[in-house]
Design a protein around this ligand. Structure first.
Ligand code: G6P
Length: 631
């Protein structure tokens, strides 16, 4: 959560529009309050507001409020906050100052020992104005400078005292031509131009300047300095301040500026829902062999024996990534016959799991690659001796670096807080993994080839599904939002159950209404009590071998006057046309295990249009952040 940005330039100019635009590109990390500090005319000036920068930071107004020099200035930092310590308010918004207002800090992460540090600083006479964990940092730097340290040494000594996670940027009037950054646990990188350096929590904030950057690893800091008409940088580590580290400049190839603009769509979420056919194609590209009917996953090549000998699989993830893992588990169990246990990461990291690390392998799935619970689960699993593999979207992210090996999801940047294209990309990887495990354990080449050939058709079928179902979905959401709907449940059987769970999660995230998800056969054991004319049951029931059982459950719901929406294929639709249900028809597939890839699309659209009809912000649903880097 939270996004930070810092700009230093030898060419004086008004940096406010640049900082604002970078903050807007970081909004997916948090947006409950926002702030900028600039060093201009020898003083640090700051503007903070409650709300997202795109709503509350018109650059011209902010420039006026900051009384920016006509000749421009060289140093600015900015922050998008997603409250963890202290509620979203003006006082708690970053940048935070020391007592004198000569040091400004922006911080992403959580300082676990902030209370102890604060007590010490208060005893020494420091006055705090916020309830954040961050504010200890500028005060500690101030204290250390009072004791005689330089800004740099005070900054690094302070970083060494902090427990928890941080990505920090610091400026001070004491050294007006310098910007310092340091990180541990939170992402931080910087892009280099001759006369400007921009540092940020994510490449999204940097891409409008350059697609080449240097990422910092944990305990590394960077010092940027204006020298003549250039800005220089030096990287070191917090444990060896004087050693200089040379790091290669990397080029961003997995996404571009186009990924972080709406590209003609009215929202990022809509763009991302409609990107799924091409994302799916990209994710599977070059990762299978049509001749052998096998998956070819380059990232796992050094671990072939471990994969072949695995007797059990454990998945760990949170939210949507967990739901994708549940679908993955069902696929692997049914195609490869390997038992799969799926754990929510916040549970796994604290629990005893009676599995043998010798022959159980772990798959950690995460879009951001930053989720604290998933990251800690991987670390804990490694401590216990498990081999860990990742299904991660963000290249080079903390979890991607932590796992022993993995397969990138290749979904590109996902900006909408509610995950859509990352989910189907994660599913794509799990289909390939299931084929790989199955081909090592009895699946024939013909079976593998048949599955792969149908996977190749999926992008076109996804396009058809989106085109054919959206209007119908809109009509249904208009009808149901106009009614007094009290209960909405998503139901299915087998591999469709986790898709129902993901549909319910999407619905909750976007509409702020409680939604349930159950195996359809379980309905009669309790949940049916909530069914009446003010309920909607969304049933995922392609015409598979359990269609008759599903139809029976559907009739039970109708007999209690419940409203029913069915997601089914052409044959299913034909079969149900006499029933008093709303049907959303998706294309017919040969392999029933592939239906999740199509079913989820109208369900994402359902949540999306329902939320729009309620007037909600679909890209930034309330209370949610895209990456949750705290417990
Ligand atoms: C947060 C987001 C969810 C996401 C989950 C896991 O809760 O709001 O949309 O599914 O984190 O995120 P990850 O980046 O690990 O996939």
């Amino acid at each position: 959560m939270c996004g930070i940005v810092g700009i230093i330039t030898s060419e004086k100019r008004n940096l406010v529009p640049e900082i604002v635009s970078s903050l807007i590109n970081l909004e997916y990390r948090g947006y409950d309050s926002t702030g900028i500090a600039i060093l201009d005319k020898g003083a640090i000036k700051r503007v903070r507001r409650v709300g997202a920068p795109s709503d509350v930071f018109p650059p011209e107004e902010i420039s006026k409020e900051l009384d920016v020099s006509e000749s421009g200035f060289s140093l600015a930092v900015g922050h998008n906050r997603w409250a963890t310590h202290g509620k979203p308010s003006l006082e708690n918004a970053h940048p935070h100052f020391d007592c004198t207002g000569e040091i400004a800090v922006v911080h992403n992460g959580t300082i676990l020992n902030h209370e102890t540090l604060k007590q010490e600083l208060v005893k020494l006479g420091h006055t705090f104005t916020s309830t954040t964990d961050t504010e200890v940092i500028p005060h500690m730097i101030e204290q250390k400078m009072k004791e005689g340290l330089s800004l740099k040494d005070a900054f690094l000594d302070t970083a060494a005292l902090l427990e928890g996670s941080f990505g920090l940027a610091v400026i001070s009037t004491k050294e007006p031509g310098k910007l310092f950054i340091v990180k541990r646990g939170s992402p931080l990188l910087f892009g280099i131009l001759k006369n400007t350096i921009i540092a940020a929590s994510s490449s999204n904030a940097i891409l409008s300047y350059t697609n080449t950057f240097i990422p910092l690893t944990d305990c590394e800091y960077a010092e940027f300095a204006i020298k003549g008409d250039e800005v220089t940088y030096r990287i070191g580590t917090t444990f060896n301040k004087n050693q200089t580290i040379n790091k290669p400049v990397e080029t961003i190839t997995d996404h571009s500026l186009a990924d972080i603009s709406k590209g003609g769509y009215e929202s990022f979420m809509k763009k991302e829902i409609h990107a799924q056919p091409s994302v799916f194609r990209t994710t599977i590209l070059g990762r299978y062999d049509e001749k052998t009917g096998d998956a070819v996953l380059g990232g796992l090549i050094d671990h072939e024996d471990t994969l072949r000998n695995a007797k059990g699989i454990l998945t760990v993830a949170c939210g949507t990534a967990h739901n994708a893992s549940l679908v993955g588990g069902a696929l692997i169990e049914s195609l490869a016959g390997i038992p799969v246990r799926s754990e929510i990461a916040s549970e796994f990291r604290y629990k005893k799991v009676p599995l043998d690390p010798k022959d159980t392998i772990i798959f950690a799935t995460s879009q951001s690659g930053e989720t604290a619970d998933t990251l800690e689960s991987v670390k804990e699993a490694k401590r216990k001796g498990y081999k860990t593999f990742g299904v991660i979207n963000v290249v080079g992210s903390a979890i991607a670096e932590e796992v022993d090996a993995g397969v990138y999801a290749r979904a590109g940047v996902e900006v909408g807080v509610a995950s859509t294209k990352a989910f189907t990309a994660q599913l794509a990887i799990f289909y390939l993994l299931a084929i790989k495990f199955a081909r090592e354990r009895g699946m024939t080449a013909q079976e593998g080839r048949a599955l792969i050939s149908e996977l190749e058709q999926i992008p076109d079928l996804m396009m058809k599904t989106l085109a054919d179902t959206e209007k119908r979905v809109i009509a249904l959401t208009e009808r149901y939002t106009a009614k007094n709907i009290r209960v909405i449940n998503f139901l299915g059987r087998g591999i469709n159950v986790p898709v129902a769970t993901e549909a319910a999660l999407k619905f909750k995230e976007l509409t702020y209404l409680e939604a349930g998800s159950y195996p359809l056969g379980e309905l009669k054991h309790g949940p049916i009590a909530v069914i009446d004319e003010n309920s909607v049951s969304v049933i995922l029931m392609p015409h598979d071998e359990l269609f008759a059982q599903n139809k029976n459950s559907l009739e039970q719901i109708l007999s209690k006057n419940g409203n029913v929406i069915v997601i089914t294929d052409e044959l299913g639709a034909q079969n149900l046309k006499e029933q008093n249900v709303d049907i959303i028809t998706i294309p017919t597939l040969k392999h029933p295990l592939l239906y999740p890839l199509l079913e989820i699309l109208p369900l994402q659209l359902f949540a999306y249009h329902y939320a729009l009809a309620l007037g909600n912000n679909v890209d930034k649903p309330r209370n949610l952040a895209k990456s949750v880097t705290v417990e």
